[in-house]
Design a protein around this ligand. Sequence first.
Ligand code: PLP
Length: 489
Amino acid sequence: MEKENVRKEIEAIDDMLSDLFEKRMVLAKKESDLTQQEKFVLTMAKNIRPEDVSLIKKQFNNQLDDLSQAFVNRTNDNSDLFLNNHADFSVFKDSVFELRTLANKAIAQGETNVINATIGTLFDENKKIAILDTVFDCYNAVSNATKAAYAKSITGNDNFNEAIFNWVNQNSNIELHHKTVAAPGGTGALALAFNSFLNPNETVLLPQTAWGSYKVLAKTANLKCDFYKLTDENNNVDLQDLMLKALRIIRNQGKLVVVINDPCHNPTGISLGTENWKLLIKVFNKITENGPIIIVNDVAYIDYCYSDGYDFFKTFNEANEKILFNIAYSCSKAFTAYGMRVGANIILSKNRQTVENTFNAFTRSCRAYWSNINHGFMEAVVKVLNENKDKYLKEKQHFINLLKERSEIFLSNAQAVGLPLFPYSEGFFATIKIEDDALLNRFHNNLIARNIFTVKFDKGIRISLCAITREEAAVLPKILNEVLEASRQ
Ligand code: PLP
């Protein structure tokens, strides 16, 4: 009898839950009748959609494993018949691509004063993608037969791997054992790292305000995430939080994988610099008493540093044998060749055997994931670095100077109006720091309403200095500040 009553109560609760879900569906339908722009704003703010229902249910699967049939029927299935248990089949939304579409639509509709500060690609002052002619002259000089052929090896052409390692070691300051694996972009290099070091359900340590793909990479590798802040309460670059989180994880897990996107951190523009790296390596050496550490150093924007971006690698030589470095290098930005999908993972350690083992494991993963990478573009990179370096550097310097000019204009105007930025040093992006999530959402939505398109991150709004003109860099801070102040009310 008691069992029956309990069951009745459960069913009553299920009924209430399904009513709530149904009400939510009606609201979602109403929402879809709103205009495109308004709909987007609401979707982003609420961050929950009808498709997410099954996901929510999945999260509570353990607690709700005997849902009444009525509930199941009214809220669809709680797992996909075909996908594996950890597949996330909610609709994938890439906010950068969506916002870019919205911005282009606004421009096409004849809206004036549209500013598209969403794009992570370097643009010239005519808002056209920046092209380094040296790179494409070299690419065009590669024969069709080479472009058509598979690469010479699963891990990339030897001359490419050597040229990339020499490029990264341009100050001849790396004295560790090394192996290089070509990969499809920095993303491919990161995929190797995310899928090779941790077991399912273990935790990877990521920057809190960070490139969104890290979380997607972690999720598809079935990893949990923990996050570290890069600044303290006075908005200075600070490594305390990183060190504390690293210690906590390595004590619990007996191993640490940490992602450090430096120099030119996306989205804040922070570069840690050699002294901070020295300190980090010292602390990491100490905590390896709890287990091994893999430092995944994402250097996607290193070639746009305003001064020598390659100096800090010398600090890696101080790492002990229990530390392994994975430098994720991207040819997308360095050679303005985002669509060519070429990059590399450089494995470094004092421990020769672990470098060999990692290389062998990576080789298998390359074969399984993508087989081999773009042969023609690897050849082009070799031609650029070995035969046309000076010409290439001169061309690239023009764009570094342009980026620097834009950043100086933006920063000085931001300072004049008191816009709260993360401490920008260099690189493609600067970010307005906002701790209050509700304010962050309101601010972002209000910017869209003003036809200012930016990307929302955890604790910040990113401005793509790489994609706005000097003129836009000059006018933006005042508008941003006005909208921010209005959003506070
Ligand atoms: N890392 C960061 C921080 C990035 O912003 C990007 C690209 O936007 C990448 C890595 C990887 O770029 P790709 O895969 O195009 O080389």
